[in-house]
Design a protein around this ligand. Structure first.
Ligand SMILES: [Zn+2]
Length: 474
């Protein structure tokens, strides 16, 4: 029997506000422990939370970027929660009336159609602290720097049908929030975390199967693996006549599988009576909408109109804000947007792929790439040598000028010098000369190749071509 996978994702995203959600503590990521704490985020009895207006503004921005309707009235609730990383024994969240709902994020299906994945709700909540378990120690330590850090939780509709769609949803979500400048979405620092709800059902069925929750997936790669593992596991259970048990599982990286964590728990909530409801005016929501930075689809449209880029190039480059910023800075210094896009998409993205680096890790500046492109135009280096120069720039961050000087890569455009090398090539390859004279025009290409080889790629290829042709046609 064929099965259909039904996936919903819950994504927690830390907001980049200066201070925490309900106190004035610093909200920057730190590698030390318990550096940014006060009685409020430590949950001391009697300490009262005061809502940071910046958090609401960022959360509204996030909601608008995800095409949500923002509620004029929402309120906070307490999620009752007994665990040492939450000293007040409840997490302030929004349960009954969330800040926003009914959004969507588009993905492209396997057959090339654009399909909106519904965003059910977006709500604000505070983050918990972190527990640190050191191997072999009879105790655990608690770090409360993260306690009270503002989060938005984005809950999708169960609209996702494959690991591929889930990856796209997450990538697009991350891109939108980075463009909106509300979060850095750094998964390695925990500022974007993901829970997965997954069930399978016979193809064509409209009823949902029993869903399993997989908690705390630390990277998009792990989300994909957990989905693929669960699809297989649940299918095997159903095909052997068993029933999927509703439970919470977690990803075991070492064993490459999901494992049982706990049974189904119903969270208990109570009203948060220390905080008033959040009441927003349409004017303020509109003001925030106007203040939103350019979003990916807007930027893509601009690249097509302003730079004349093909839609494909515009899509690839705007899929990451960092990459797109890099591209634009380069175009500021080198006014041929399509040439820049070719270099960014082929050479730069190729090297990033090869080295497993991110655009943030690139050590040379966009202006250096622009300078290198000008050097090709001026004939200082050939397009072929430029690829080596580019690789060196990527590895060392050195100026293209310096690389060319140090390595003696300046293009040979001296006619006399090239003619000598061309004569040698002709002399050493009588067969090719004969082929050429017999009408095999391809033989010319071979001879040009010999000149390039003799000059270690430094000959000006157009000139070499012309000189050889002149000599042969004599
Ligand atoms: Zn605090």
């Amino acid at each position: 029997m064929n099965y259909e996978t039904v996936i919903g994702l819950e994504v927690h995203v830390e907001l980049l506000t200066k201070s925490k959600m309900f106190c004035g503590c610093n909200n920057e990521f730190s590698t030390e422990s318990n550096k940014h704490c006060c009685p409020v985020c430590l949950g001391m009895p009697g300490a009262l939370p005061v809502l940071n207006k910046g958090v609401v503004e960022y959360a509204v921005k996030a909601s608008l970027a995800l095409n949500c309707e923002v509620a004029e009235f929402s309120k906070f609730d307490r999620k009752i929660y007994f665990y040492p990383d939450m000293p007040s024994a409840y997490q302030i969240s929004q349960y009954e009336i969330p800040l926003a709902r009914n959004g969507h994020i588009d993905v492209e299906t396997a057959d090339g159609h654009i399909r909106p994945i519904g965003v059910h709700t977006l709500h604000m909540e505070e983050d918990a602290g972190k527990l640190i378990h050191e191997e072999g120690k009879p105790y655990s330590q608690v770090d409360l720097d993260r306690a009270g850090v503002p989060l938005v939780e984005i809950v999708s509709e169960p609209d996702i049908r494959s690991a591929d769609e889930a990856s796209q949803y997450l990538n697009n979500l991350k891109t939108l929030l980075q463009y909106a400048e509300v979060s850095d979405c750094k998964m390695e620092e925990g500022s974007l975390r993901c829970d997965l709800n997954i069930s399978i059902r016979p193809e064509g069925s409209s009823e949902f199967g029993t869903k399993v929750e997989v908690k705390n997936l630390g990277s998009f790669r792990v989300v994909r693996r957990a989905i693929e593992y669960e699809e297989k596991r649940q299918k095997e259970i159903l095909e052997s006549g068993g029933k999927v048990v509703q439970e919470t599982r977690r990803w075991d990286e070492q064993r490459g599988k999901t494992v049982h964590m706990r049974g189904k728990v119903d969270n208990r909530y109570s009203p948060e009576y220390n905080l008033p409801p959040v009441i927003l005016t349409q004017e303020w929501i509109e003001e925030i909408r106007q203040s939103l930075p350019e979003l990916p689809h807007q930027r893509k449209k601009r690249y097509i109109e302003q730079f004349g880029l093909p839609s494909y190039d515009a899509e690839v480059i705007t899929s990451s804000k960092e990459l797109s910023n890099f591209y634009e800075e380069c175009v500021e210094h080198y006014h041929d947007p399509k040439t820049v896009s070719n270099w960014v998409m082929v050479e730069l993205m190729g090297l990033l792929n090869e080295t497993g680096k991110e655009i943030e890790d690139v050590i040379f500046k966009p202006k250096q790439l622009a300078n290198m492109l000008s050097m090709i135009d001026k004939g200082t280096i050939s397009g072929k040598i430029a690829k080596d120069v580019f690789k060196e720039m990527f590895d060392t961050g050195k100026d293209p000028d310096d690389i060319v000087k140090e390595k003696g890569l300046i293009q040979i455009s001296d006619e006399q010098e090239l003619e000598e090398i061309a004569r040698d090539a002709i002399q050493q390859n009588p067969q090719s000369v004969e082929d050429y004279k017999n009408g095999k025009k391809k033989a010319l290409g071979f001879l040009v190749g010999q000149v390039m080889k003799a000059t270690k790629g430094k000959a000006n290829p157009q000139m070499a071509n012309k000189i050889l042709k002149d000599l042969l046609d004599k």
